[in-house]
Design a protein around this ligand. Structure first.
Ligand code: ATP
Ligand code: MG
Length: 442
């Protein structure tokens, strides 16, 4: 049972005056005992189908009249252009209800159910996430998300990067112990990976240019609008590269994502209320670079309490980025604010050669990256400085023992990029089944 006619094509006028067979779900239905107006939905859009008792006979008419919202149906009919809301209508000649909805359990997501839900609308929709996926805004976000994933693969593959996979069970932290998920592992402890990076560095001398897109796991205790416990992480690692080289790719991939969205998802961006000129600016204009010290001074000038040496949390990034018109790189964070693998700046080892890319409109960090500490003695010095045990990192140190070279990479939060470019208030709007400290269902 294949499907070859899509509502989006009907809406585009490709079938005017033709008989079609449409497969989809009932989005809305109203009318009388003689005529029904059934709005049919599929993954490409909605179209109004007019069912008349006189044309289809009693059996089909009554079946359609009784079919509840979200019943799946196959409808045959003639496509006619109209000047009504949908632009095109289908005059139905026959119809079959494929998957009926039991009247004792009608589709639970309704305006009144949302308004009356005990825990509020947000929790209600999260509880019904499996059904919420098929509603307009969510479907639109998921399409946007697919384009973002495609654009990231395309960017790296067009530049001869090799897609490379690392394990998800690991023995050590990348981003600090406080967000590690511990899992029992046959009498030992293992952790869910926070990042692909350390294992990518091991393959750097083999592949030189590598990337991945995979989930990373972080036990984020505080619930914010930009943290998930399981998020999609696009990471890259490149040999013979400086911090500036890595930033070029970060800027390149984000601009390519914005460009791809404009090419493939103009309708979706508009339906999410996004300003296309803004997205075009993100695609076309260069991203400025700013040192950490300058950002701290700017924030202090704005009356935001921050001391030199502190990492920028969301509240500070929000203030800083509200007036940005394109993403900005912040570079040269203090060594004390960053994990051991960041390479100290040879010109002033108080700082490390790193960068965060901060998205405008108050979104803040979407990329964290930089140059890696690449010689054996320097990495041992940094690990000891942090008081980190050597054992889980022996393989990582080994990479430096056998032909270390300058290299670097970054991690981009794919869900965060979707939230920013899709204009979402919360990161969970961009992922089908969001995971946070309170929720692993549905
Ligand atoms: P933050 O300060 O916001 O917690 P981070 O400094 O921990 O971010 P990195 O370790 O540099 O982030 O990770 C690289 C990228 O991964 C970040 O720039 C962000 O886009 C994304 N990211 C990190 N943690 C999360 C999370 N919990 N949920 C979603 N995306 C995340
Ligand atoms: Mg973090």
């Amino acid at each position: 049972m294949t499907k070859d006619t899509w509502i989006g094509d009907v809406r585009a006028g490709n079938y005017d005056g033709e008989e079609v067979e449409l497969k989809g779900w009932i989005h809305r239905s109203r009318g009388s005992n003689k005529i029904r107006f059934v709005v049919l939905r599929d993954s490409t859009g909605t179209v109004q189908c007019v069912v008349k008792r006189d044309s289809v006979g009693d059996a089909i008419f009554d079946a359609m009249k009784d079919a509840l919202i979200e019943s799946s149906v196959i409808i045959c009919g003639l496509v006619q252009p109209t000047d009504r809301e949908h632009g095109h209508e289908v005059q139905v000649s026959s119809a079959t209800v494929v998957g009926p909805v039991n009247p004792e359990r009608p589709f639970p997501i309704t305006e009144s159910a949302m308004a009356e839900a005990d825990g509020g609308e947000t929790e209600f929709l999260l509880d019904n996430r499996h059904l919420y996926l098929r509603t307009g805004r969510m479907t639109t976000m998921l399409k946007l998300r697919s384009t973002v994933f495609g654009a990231i693969h395309q960017y790296f593959r067009d530049r001869d990067f090799i897609e490379y996979q690392a394990p998800n069970f690991v023995a050590g932290a990348v981003e600090g112990g406080s967000t590690l998920f511990e899992v029992p592992y046959f009498g030992r402890k293992a952790y869910l990976t926070q990042s692909w990076q350390l294992y990518a560095e091991a393959a750097m001398p083999a592949l030189e240019r590598l990337y991945t897109m995979a989930p990373s796991f972080r036990a984020e205790k505080s619930r914010t609008r930009r943290h998930l416990t399981e998020f999609w992480h696009a990471e890259m690692e490149i040999a013979w590269a400086s911090n500036a080289d890595v930033m070029e790719h970060g800027e390149g991939v984000v601009r390519h994502i914005a460009k791809s969205l404009l090419e493939e998802r103009e309708t979706e961006l508009e339906s999410l209320g996004r300003d296309l000129d803004l997205i075009a600016r993100y695609a076309d204009n260069p991203y400025p670079r700013m040192r950490y010290d300058e950002a701290v001074e700017t924030l202090q000038g704005m009356g935001v309490g921050i001391e030199w040496g502190q990492d920028l949390d969301y509240s500070k990034e929000k203030v800083l980025t509200e007036d940005f018109d394109v993403p900005h790189f912040l570079t040269h964070y203090p060594r004390i604010a960053k994990p051991f693998y960041h390479r100290p700046d040879p010109d002033d080892p108080k700082y490390v050669l790193c960068h965060d890319l901060l998205a405008p409109e108050g979104y803040g960090e979407i990329i964290g990256g930089g140059e890696r500490t690449w010689s054996e003695d320097k990495i041992l010095e940094r690990i000891d400085e942090e008081g980190t045990p050597h054992e889980p990192y022996e393989f990582y140190i080994d990479v430096r023992r056998y032909g270390g070279v300058p290299h670097g990479g970054f991690g981009l939060g794919v869900d965060r990029v979707c939230a920013w470019l899709g204009g979402a208030d919360h990161i969970r709007e961009t992922i089908p089944f969001p995971r946070d400290s309170r929720r692993v269902t549905p």
